[in-house]
Design a protein around this ligand. Structure first.
Ligand code: ATP
Length: 230
């Protein structure tokens, strides 16, 4: 059994999140992918993120009807900020040795790995599937000292290819799998900006998520204008 774990703020979930989950599911033959929205940050101003219950509801709408995509409330139900290690470790224990876990992540987010809590342990607990995200380059991974030395030619090759894949064994028996997916341009920051400025959404959101946002007037109120972006 192979299970993908795909965490994010999903503020809001958009088409590229769904595209990443379904394409990785298909290319790696995963039995299912859990989308795991992050909880409310405990020590941040309340308007930093949309409330968790709204983000969760939108992720549920986005995956409805998508085979083998499921939603996990694990991080939302925790009172404190969740570090990835604190999410993966209990799941690993819960599923046991018969299940292989694959941590799905965009290249932009994975490049921040050195700042994560206990990154070396996390790399030993599960496989990592790092998907391309413009304008980041896989070549940038060479700067990450938590990773073994990476072949510059192989990274340049996957950077220049449409849909390549590169598997890199990690100490501890897990793998780092680099996947070049067809470019998908949506970002949650851009979508929030469009909503505030009443700009066209251009199919960046699943229709059900767009309706939910309009119904609940998310990201459009004056208080959202004070949100810190980035
Ligand atoms: P923001 O614009 O606020 O940074 P986001 O669009 O990156 O938000 P997140 O919820 O932060 O959304 O992303 C969750 C995960 O999805 C991250 O690993 C991120 O790298 C990945 N991801 C998001 N959008 C894309 C995309 N267009 N292509 C590839 N990966 C993506």
């Amino acid at each position: 059994m192979k299970i993908g774990l795909f965490g994010g703020t999903f503020d809001p979930v958009h088409r590229c999140h769904v595209a990443v989950a379904t394409q990785v599911r298909d290319r790696l033959h995963l039995d299912r992918v859990l989308l795991i929205p992050s909880g409310d940050p405990p020590h941040k101003p309340p308007d930093t993120l949309a409330p968790a219950f709204h983000r969760l509801a939108m992720v549920r709408l986005a995956v409805a009807g998508e085979a083998s995509l499921e939603v996990s409330e694990l991080e939302i139900q925790r009172p404190a900020k969740s570090y990835s290690i604190e999410t993966v470790r209990p799941l690993k224990g819960q599923y046991g040795p018969g299940v292989e876990l694959f941590f799905l992540i965009g290249l932009d987010a994975f490049l921040e790995l050195p700042t994560w809590k206990d990154a070396p342990s996390l790399l030993r607990l599960c496989h990592f599937v790092v998907v391309s995200r413009q304008p980041c380059r896989f070549a940038g991974l060479r700067a990450l000292s938590v990773l073994p030395p990476l072949d510059p030619a192989a990274l340049a090759h996957i950077d220049s290819q449409g849909q390549g894949r590169l598997d890199i064994p990690l100490p501890g028996g897990t793998s780092l799998i680099l996947l070049a997916l067809p470019p998908c341009e949506a970002s949650a920051t851009d979508i929030r900006h469009r909503l505030r400025e009443r700009l066209p959404l251009s199919n960046l959101l699943p229709a059900s998520v767009e309706s939910y946002i309009m119904q609940h007037r998310l990201y459009q109120e004056a208080s959202d204008r004070t949100r810190v972006e980035g």
